[in-house]
Design a protein around this ligand. Structure first.
Ligand SMILES: C[S@@+](CC[C@H](N)C(=O)[O-])C[C@H]1O[C@@H](n2cnc3c(N)ncnc32)[C@H](O)[C@@H]1O
Length: 230
């Protein structure tokens, strides 16, 4: 299986070839899916995020991290595996107070940090792309007791697929800006299997939302899970 870094690196490389990243306005709401306005916003991370330390794992261009810092007053760190993903995030939002973007693997970052967080989240980011038995305990170790982990992943039944019947990853693809696709490994669990993995790590699942692009869609597109550190 090829190292996962290559697909994300090529995606960022092709984006960067399109031109330098510009400063961007901050999103009006937090987005858990690729369809704007779908599902809940930042409220699922906690009622009052002012001065709360928040960590995003797999932040990509940094839109949600910037939103939480600028609109909710959170102190946000966005981590992404690929330096070429972090660089545009800094160009888009580096002017803002309270948001920092760091290049690194989610697990390595968590192992190295001495920080405890008030909320940790991932939007199609590291959760689902890293072995859950490695990542979830590392997250639990750095989440304050009673605080929230929230993550969205592509729904395991999207387009009529079947969720994994075991704990192994499956092949998926990243579509690059030029339309080509590169393989990645993805953990495609249903809500029950995520619950079991969360419980093993000391996290109690509190909700699982199945989001559809439109009410008429046959299949859900996104699975959004929240859990609390016990
Ligand atoms: C589909 S993108 C999502 C980006 C962003 N969360 C968003 O919603 O726009 C997945 C991101 O996860 C990052 N990623 C993949 N594996 C990772 C890991 N092990 N640690 C940290 N980031 C990772 C990739 O580099 C990529 O930027």
């Amino acid at each position: 299986m090829p190292a996962q870094v290559s697909a994300w690196h090529f995606q960022a490389f092709q984006r960067s070839a399109a031109g330098p990243a510009q400063a961007l306005p901050v999103l009006k709401r937090m987005e858990w899916t690729t369809r704007r306005g779908l599902g809940p916003g930042a409220e699922i991370l906690g009622r009052d995020l002012r001065q709360r330390s928040v960590l995003e794992l797999g932040c990509g261009p940094g839109h949600n991290a910037a939103h939480l810092a600028a609109r909710h007053g959170a102190i946000v760190t966005g981590v992404d595996l690929v330096g070429l993903q972090v660089r545009p995030a800094r160009s888009h939002y580096g002017r803002l107070d309270r948001v920092t973007f760091v290049a690194g693997h989610a697990v390595t970052f968590l192992q190295a940090t001495g920080e405890q967080y008030d909320a940790i989240y991932s939007v199609f980011g590291a959760i689902g792309l890293v072995a859950p038995e490695l990542l979830l305990p590392a997250i639990a170790e750095h989440l304050r007791a009673g605080r929230i982990l929230a993550f969205s992943v592509p729904h395991p039944a999207r387009g009529g697929r079947r969720p994994s019947s075991d704990d192994r990853p499956r092949w998926d693809f990243v579509t690059l800006p030029d339309g080509s696709r590169l393989p990645i490994a993805r953990w495609e669990f249903d809500a029950n299997r995520w619950d079991a993995h969360l419980a093993c790590a000391g996290l109690r699942a509190t909700s699982a939302m199945e989001l559809r692009g439109s009410r008429h869609d046959r299949w859900p597109t996104t699975l959004l899970i929240t859990a609390r550190k016990t």
